[in-house]
Design a protein around this ligand. Structure first.
Ligand SMILES: C[S@@+](CC[C@H](N)C(=O)[O-])C[C@H]1O[C@@H](n2cnc3c(N)ncnc32)[C@H](O)[C@@H]1O
Length: 334
């Protein structure tokens, strides 16, 4: 019985994810930001069905996202705060991406990803995920995806910026840098440092806007390009959550492209979730299922990363755990 209850709990992960999706999509946490409200008051502000809104808020309360204040009034917990829009530490964009159209359609085919060892985005969306985001009709989802990556970067940038050695680094390229949160945080901590984001042409406008928002546009440029073709020269390359999107040969190609133009004494910094000990609870193994289903990539353990680095002319010199399951791996050119 205990095992059956445990499996029921695990399999309800899908219901939980969609419950959180509705909380985010209906801005429930934003409505409650200034204080507790009844479900009827939230429904009136949101234009949603009052009884269904009450049921959603009751479920969110049971998940520890909302508090119950009595008299049908609900407030926000710390978890609920994380689902607000545009607040520091928000995961709302990431949640909307993970439970939204592209990802959810693709999860419907997951067993075939294991049978065939291939991503299911072609079957679900007609194309691979980055081509899907590059299509003009998917611009809203693409923008949300870049913001979602920024949400996740926010979890680790402070720890990484504090840990990483930037002595002698004046020129940094954030490879596949999306909205540029990572390189811009490094530039904020290092006045005088020049930074660039290299990303696909459709994805770099967000980085330009983010650099203006932070008052860093005079030291920053956004380059639309393809990291399989070429990357700009730099003293330091940042690769956060990029290698996990690609197979071993593709990762080697990206790392080799950086290695071939890195300035004398140059370095690279890879930030990824590294798979830990077998059988222990490990969020990286769940992310690995996502990678299997949505990309050609995978989460890797340290030995697997080291093999990639060696194949591309790099050596790992330092490893820093930087929080939320991520590690920052400092590389030196061989
Ligand atoms: C998982 S996201 C990581 C974004 C960012 N580094 C972060 O962690 O917030 C991968 C990024 O790689 C970019 N990308 C995919 N294929 C690319 C290519 N061929 N050349 C350049 N960028 C690419 C995507 O547009 C996306 O922004």
């Amino acid at each position: 019985m205990a095992d059956a209850a445990a499996v029921l709990d695990l399999l309800s992960g899908g219901f939980v994810a969609q419950t959180l999706h509705a909380v985010a999509a209906l801005h429930i946490a934003d409505h409650l930001a200034d204080g507790a409200l009844t479900a009827e008051e939230v429904a009136e502000r949101e234009g949603s069905h009052p009884r269904a809104t009450y049921r959603l808020m009751r479920a969110a309360c049971s998940l520890g996202v909302l508090t119950y204040e009595g008299d049908r009034r609900f407030g926000l917990t710390g978890r609920g705060q994380v689902l607000r829009e545009d607040v520091p530490g928000s995961l709302r964009n990431f949640l909307l991406v993970q439970t939204g159209h592209a990802h959810w359609q693709s999860w419907g085919h997951f067993p075939d990803a294991v049978r065939k060892g291939t991503s299911q985005t072609k079957k679900a969306l007609g194309t691979d995920i980055f081509e899907y985001y590059a299509q003009p009709e998917n611009v809203e989802e693409a923008t949300l995806f870049s913001r979602a990556m920024g949400d996740l970067s926010g979890l680790v940038t402070d720890g990484t910026v504090a840990a990483v050695d930037t002595a002698g680094v004046s020129n940094v390229v954030d490879v596949g840098g999306a909205d540029g949160h990572f390189v811009l945080a490094l530039m904020e901590a290092n006045p005088g440092m020049l930074g660039q984001v290299l990303d696909l042409p459709h994805a770099v406008e967000g980085a330009r806007l983010e650099s203006e928002k932070r008052g860093l546009s005079d030291r920053f440029s956004a380059v639309g390009g393809d990291f399989f073709a070429e990357v700009p020269a730099a003293d330091l390359y940042l690769l956060k959550s990029v290698l996990h999107d690609w197979d071993d040969d593709q990762c080697t190609a990206i790392l080799r492209n950086c290695r071939s133009v890195v300035n004398e004494g140059g370095r690279a910094l890879v930030v990824e979730m590294v798979i830990g000990e077998m059988g222990r609870p490990d969020f990286a193994t769940r992310m690995d299922m996502l990678m299997l289903n949505m990309t050609k990539g995978m989460e890797r353990d340290l030995d697997e990363y080291d093999a990639l680095f060696a194949a591309a002319g790099w050596r790992r010199s330092k490893t820093h755990p930087v929080g939320s399951g991520y590690s920052a791996l400092e590389l030196v050119a061989l």
